[in-house]
Design a protein around this ligand. Structure first.
Ligand code: SAM
Length: 448
């Protein structure tokens, strides 16, 4: 059986990257929540716990040649791929080490410069590992950070995953009986098809179950094995993560799903329910119960360094963005309807088009974009519109002034690899922060 601490290791994970845990996105989120973000235009350090194939970290290393990146994963196949991708792309500022969180926590060696990292990132791990590994990951994240540093963690959330608990239980039970992963996954899918045909009451007690099972068809087998075949797969309620992290000294800052940071989007009756709780962890729990949350991308801080409102606002004015689509790319009227966790939000079509048009000539700062909108448009309104566009991958935050050579070399290697059949889908962003000439960018980290 290919399990380690109950974690499925029978096949390599996908070759992906995410925009939410990128340094520019985390720094932006910190500004939105009035915490002084790590300085990302100079040298900084980022640690990824459970870095998988290393694609995400190589892409960030290409975007930030002045920074240093460390990736940890216990899967030798992942580390081998990550190292060869870094070497083939000519990256000299990223390092990958094979290590198990449980063992790393006990180690006293010099694998990591404890307490020196500006960011720690753990995407898609927390609720797929055994409880002792989860705690170990949390402790490592805290220990690695310098005071004021940010921890990004994403995880499957309750109550949104409730309908799938019986399905996962069956995958896990079949895996224990059959001793093999793929037959266990296939067997559970067969079983639930049969249960549905037999009008099994689990389907009427869990109204979303049928649709969720049908949805499995859109994912490839590797992804599904990595989602369901871990023995300790356990979606958590928000307070089950916020409280232990708080005890370790990491305070909840906000959501890297940017639109979730705008209280003004929350309907008034829902706001009242949230505000009835004085504890921030319980407020997040109530928020998830109101929206039936399935996945959280949370950011924590090790010692908050508050920015006064004027300081945060001035820092936001300097943030630079680039456009990834032109103003006609959004299409018809319905494209200005954004689906958020609180339901549909109708954005102002003219403002969205003005922003996209403004960015088509090259990157601009938030202050420059503000000047294009009707005078008197408050900064929070512009920021909200930008967050909606960031969520759609229609715009991207610009990583800052730096040497473009590494991102161009990385992209050239990715292009050649894709031509040779590699499954990579994302490119680094070679835009220079102060460029006002031709766009010259390709894709942001999150752009398929
Ligand atoms: C679902 S993958 C996510 C990979 C990457 N963060 C991404 O989003 O593409 C989870 C990763 O955590 C690693 N992992 C799980 N348990 C671990 C442990 N105890 N120690 C180190 N790595 C672990 C796995 O090998 C896997 O690469």
């Amino acid at each position: 059986m290919t399990l380690r601490h109950g974690y499925f290791t029978g096949a390599g994970y996908t070759y992906d990257a995410q925009s939410e845990p990128s340094p520019e996105r985390l720094a932006f989120l910190a500004l939105l929540n009035r915490h002084r973000p790590p300085e990302i235009s100079g040298p900084f350090q980022l640690l990824e716990l459970g870095c998988g194939q290393g694609y995400n970290l190589c892409l960030q290393a290409a975007n930030y040649p002045q920074a240093r990146f460390l990736g940890i994963d216990f899967n030798a196949e992942h580390i081998a791929h990550a190292r060869s991708l870094a070497a083939a792309s000519g990256l000299v500022n990223v390092r990958f080490e094979q290590a198990d969180f449980l063992e790393l926590e006990q180690a006293s060696g010099d694998l990591m410069a404890w307490g020196d990292f500006d960011f720690t990132v753990a995407h898609g791990i927390l609720t797929w590992v055994a409880p002792e590994v989860r705690l170990s990951l949390m402790r490592l994240a805290e220990r690695a950070l310098r005071p004021g540093g940010l921890f990004y963690v994403s995880y499957n959330t309750l109550p949104g995953w409730l309908p799938m608990l019986p399905f996962h239980h069956c995958v896990s039970s079949l895996q224990a009986t059959l001793g093999d992963s793929q037959p266990a996954l296939d067997g559970a899918r067969d079983l639930f098809q049969g249960l549905r045909q037999a009008n099994g009451q689990v389907f009427s007690s869990q109204p979303d179950l049928a649709q969720r099972l049908e949805g499995l068809g859109q994912f490839d087998t590797t992804y599904l094995l990595h989602e369901y075949n871990h023995s300790h797969w356990q979606p958590l309620y928000a307070n089950e993560v916020i409280e232990p992290l708080r005890e370790l000294g990491l305070g909840y800052l906000g959501s890297a799903t940017l639109s979730e940071n705008f209280e003004g989007l929350v309907p008034v009756p829902a706001q009242q329910q949230i505000q009835r709780q004085s504890d921030p962890a319980l407020r997040e729990l109530v928020r998830d119960l109101l929206t039936n949350q399935t996945f959280r991308r949370d950011v924590y801080v090790k010692g908050r360094e508050p920015l006064w409102p004027g300081e945060a606002s001035a820092a936001l004015e300097q943030v630079r963005l680039c456009g990834l689509v032109d103003q006609d790319a959004l299409g018809d009227e319905s494209s200005y309807l954004f689906t958020l966790s609180w339901g549909q939000f109708q954005a102002n079509r003219d403002w969205i088009r003005t922003i996209l048009e403004g960015l088509w000539d090259g990157p601009r700062s938030l202050a420059e974009l503000g000047a294009l909108l009707p005078s008197g448009t408050p900064q929070p309104t512009l920021v909200l519109n930008l967050c909606l566009l960031l969520g759609r991958n229609a715009v991207a935050l610009v990583p800052g002034e730096r040497d473009r050579g590494p991102s161009q070399r990385f992209n050239a290697h990715i292009g050649a690899s894709v031509a040779a059949g590699a499954p990579y889908t994302l490119l680094a962003c070679p835009v220079r922060a102060t460029s006002t000439g031709s766009p010259g960018w390709s894709s942001s980290p999150s752009t398929p």
